[in-house]
Design a protein around this ligand. Structure first.
Ligand code: GLC
Length: 748
């Protein structure tokens, strides 16, 4: 199908109509040209296909579909194949339901643990986020269904999300908030990108040519179409020019007419409209091949996938020899989530789940144990109030239990799309109960269901904590298998759990002042902040325990001839008694920078490996120059500083097990812009500069002085280093000075 020919045959009105949806879930049909509509649907962890009525906040009923673990949980698997398998399953469900584009994955960075929508996102780290999102997109698109990576970009809070302006410098945007999209866009090539509601440095994401066109298309070679978040268009014609191709949902034909009028009045070049239409038609015809594949999908099969990936995602945070449970132990189960689990988030990603496995059902009919189970509710999830009757019932029930399972977490009212949390705690009635139970039974095991970190004031009083995040409809069966050792937990935290909210890097700025939101912490997000400040955290990024043990050895590096890659190998051994999976993490620690403040280390590689008892595997990483670079806002490009770096192999960002130093040759010197105001000390670092300075008669001698005083000596030296070149070039004519600067710049 020659897209150009089709466009050539379309009327101006037809072309303009393609730039807005036919309805909330379809693009426009152009019957005269036999152009079909694309069907789109939420959401990242399961299909939300709506038949009658349409809303983009998950209020209206949607068709039954399998609810996979939310992305916050899937990210904890640290396993690309897990994300790929979920993407594949959802892609197949899309084909069965005639959906052409799934509106996911969401990859916004978890700047604050209070963001109500963190459950739908991957990580505080852009590398984890982009790698796992790329795997998900691959999985979806191999079914000839499109993915739609979102919300581009800096949609890191729900507070005032339609109007807030995320104010950040270029380096912060590049190294953190854009980086989360970059890897996925470049590697997996999603068919569409959804722009965010918010503004970035005062310009709406929907109208931001710098990012929608200059970066996304011209630098990252994105070829799909850009769709607005639902209702994110603020001014249709400038948005179209900036690179926003499709408005969803349609607002009548008002904006179509604006486009027609703009072209007819010469305000808008028709080529800009044709460009957007071409991008949409490319995807329309690409999806065409699969539209009649309504073979239906096997809900039970996908439910089994949901359980399998849940087993990979649960994180064992603490275990003082109480897990796995033994069948002969007398167990008391406390908490509503054991009966009605919280397994997904609220809002547009909400799935009408096919079949929910509650833990209690799974242990009553799936697990024969000697002493059975007692269940008590313990607390209400409808409010935070302490119910003394429920508390007394629970405290007396656990008195003689061998072990106690407390199913706790954040009720749906505490976190959702649309609003942010206002504190980092669990509901007061849960914290109170856990503390009271720990006072009468020393074997408390807390099983958490939450889309984002929570404070744990009782952490020292309990023996184990299992973090399930929001683990999908099969969560109860997965938790049963892990608690009883039928499966070995292998999840790792894709975000830091801080001790308290006040410790978080964005705490003072939090959600901004009105619509002005400053990302003053810069690149110091998550572990980049906590580790650079050597802060104590509750559980660090990358942390997670296993029922077996792993040892590391034999770290070796090799520079690859002919390019600037560095190969890294390390051996990992399962030294325990049972099979298990380890997530090998590689961080790079940069040299002390003269140029910018850099995080103490950054994750540049992760691999998950299954190891049997006694088995050793060699894990390999290949690091390219980006692994050592930072983004320099003066040259607007990535830059590698020369110096000594450290390759760190770790079990978490705060548990480094092996280190190896390596010299990296990057930029010859640290000077970026050189003029008469450049400090002399910086210029003298440039190889060959002394000869040029001497050639122009610039003295580089230190002034003679009789200093036997250390303080004065240091003042003198600092003065020598920081003095701008102009201070020693006074005698030069402007022409000679410019000639000297030109020769010096050639050394950079
Ligand atoms: C919502 C969400 C977006 C979703 C869209 C359609 O407002 O921000 O993630 O895909 O609208 O429901």
């Amino acid at each position: 199908m020659n897209i150009k020919d089709i466009i050539g045959k379309m009327t101006l009105e037809e072309k303009a109509s393609l730039c807005s949806g036919g309805d909330a879930w379809h693009t426009q049909t152009i019957s005269r040209m036999h152009i079909p509509a694309l069907r789109v649907s939420d959401g990242p962890h399961g299909l939300r296909v709506q038949m009658e009525g349409a809303d983009n906040l998950g209020m209206q009923e949607s068709k039954t579909a399998v609810c996979f673990p939310a992305i916050c949980a899937l990210a904890a698997s640290f396993d690309r194949s897990v994300l790929q398998s979920v993407g594949d399953a959802i892609g197949k469900e899309c084909r069965a339901e005639g959906v052409d584009i799934i509106l996911g994955p969401g990859v916004n960075i978890k700047r604050s643990p209070l963001c109500g929508r963190n459950f739908e996102y991957y990580s505080e780290d852009p590398y984890v986020s982009s790698e796992l999102a790329a795997a998900y997109i691959d999985g979806v698109q191999k079914n000839n269904v499109g993915a739609c990576i979102k919300h581009f970009f800096a949609n890191n809070q729900e507070t005032r999300r339609f109007s807030v302006s995320a104010q950040m410098d270029e380096r912060t945007a590049r190294e953190i908030y854009l980086a989360s999209f970059e890897g996925a866009v470049k590697k997996a090539r999603p068919w569409s990108v959804m722009c965010a509601y918010n503004r970035i440095n005062g310009i709406y994401a929907a109208e931001n040519k710098q990012y929608l066109t200059d970066l996304l298309r011209n630098e990252w070679d994105f070829e799909g179409f850009v769709v607005s978040d639902w209702g994110a268009v603020n001014d249709r014609v400038p948005d179209l020019e900036a690179g926003l191709d499709l408005e969803m949902p349609p607002l009548g034909d008002k904006n179509d007419r604006c486009i027609v009028n703009a072209v007819e009045s010469g305000m808008l070049e028709e080529a800009v409209l044709d460009r957007a239409v071409g991008r949409l038609l490319n995807v329309v015809y690409r999806c065409g091949e699969n539209r009649n594949d309504l073979s239906g999908f096997d809900h039970e099969k996908d439910h089994r996938i949901a359980k399998a990936v849940a087993l990979e995602s649960v994180v064992l945070l603490k275990n003082e020899n109480v897990l796995p449970l033994k069948k002969m132990e007398k167990i008391v189960v406390v908490g509503e989530f054991a009966r009605n689990p919280r397994y997904q988030g609220g809002g547009s990603s909400h799935v009408n789940a096919y079949r929910v496995d509650a833990f209690l059902e799974c242990i009553n009919n799936g697990m024969s144990t000697d002493k059975g189970f007692t269940f008590v509710q313990g607390f209400s999830i409808q409010n935070d109030r302490i119910d003394s009757g429920l508390v007394e019932e629970a405290v007396s029930a656990v008195q003689n239990a061998d072990k106690v399972l407390v199913f706790a977490g954040l009720p749906e009212r505490c976190e959702s799309e649309g609003y942010d949390r206002n504190h980092l705690g669990l509901p007061a009635n849960q914290n109170d109960l856990i503390t009271r139970l720990a006072a009468v039974n020393q074997n408390i095991i807390v099983v958490l269901h939450n889309g984002a970190p929570v404070e744990m004031p009782w952490i020292d009083s309990v023996k184990a904590v299992l973090e399930t995040y929001l683990c999908g409809e099969a969560v109860g069966a997965a938790v049963r298998d892990i608690l009883y050792g039928l499966a070995n937990p292998s999840g790792r935290l894709p975000e830091t759990f801080p001790v308290r909210l006040q410790d978080t890097p964005s705490y003072l700025e939090l959600f901004g002042e009105g619509d002005s939101l400053h990302y003053r912490e810069g690149v110091f997000v998550g572990y980049r902040y906590y580790d650079s400040r050597e802060m104590q955290v509750l559980f660090p990024f990358g942390h997670g325990l296993s029922y077996t043990e792993f040892a590391y050895s034999n770290l070796r590096l090799e520079r690859q001839a002919g390019n600037d890659c560095l190969r890294v190998w390390v051996d990992v051994t399962n030294t325990g008694q049972r099979a298990g999976k380890e997530v090998v993490q590689l961080y790079v620690r940069p040299p002390k920078s003269h140029m910018v403040a850099r995080p103490i280390h950054e994750l540049r590689g992760f691999v998950k490996e299954l190891l049997y008892p006694g088995e050793t595997k060699t894990v390999e990483f290949v690091l390219d120059s980006r692994a050592f670079a930072y983004f320099n806002s003066e040259i607007h490009d990535w830059l590698v500083e020369s110096g000594e770096y450290e390759i760190q192999i770790a079990k978490s960002s705060q548990n480094i097990v092996l280190r190896e130093k390596v010299q990296i040759v990057g930029r010859k010197c640290n000077v970026i812009t050189l003029d008469l105001n450049t400090p002399l000390g910086d210029i003298l670092c440039i190889e060959g500069s002394v000869e040029i300075l001497k050639k122009y008669g610039i003295s580089i001698e230190r002034e003679e002085c009789r200093i036997d005083n250390e303080n004065e000596k240091q003042i003198q030296e600092a003065h020598y280093q920081y003095m701008p070149l102009r201070g020693r070039a006074m005698q030069l004519s402007d022409m000679k000075a410019e000639r000297m600067l030109t020769e010096l710049r050639q050394l950079l």
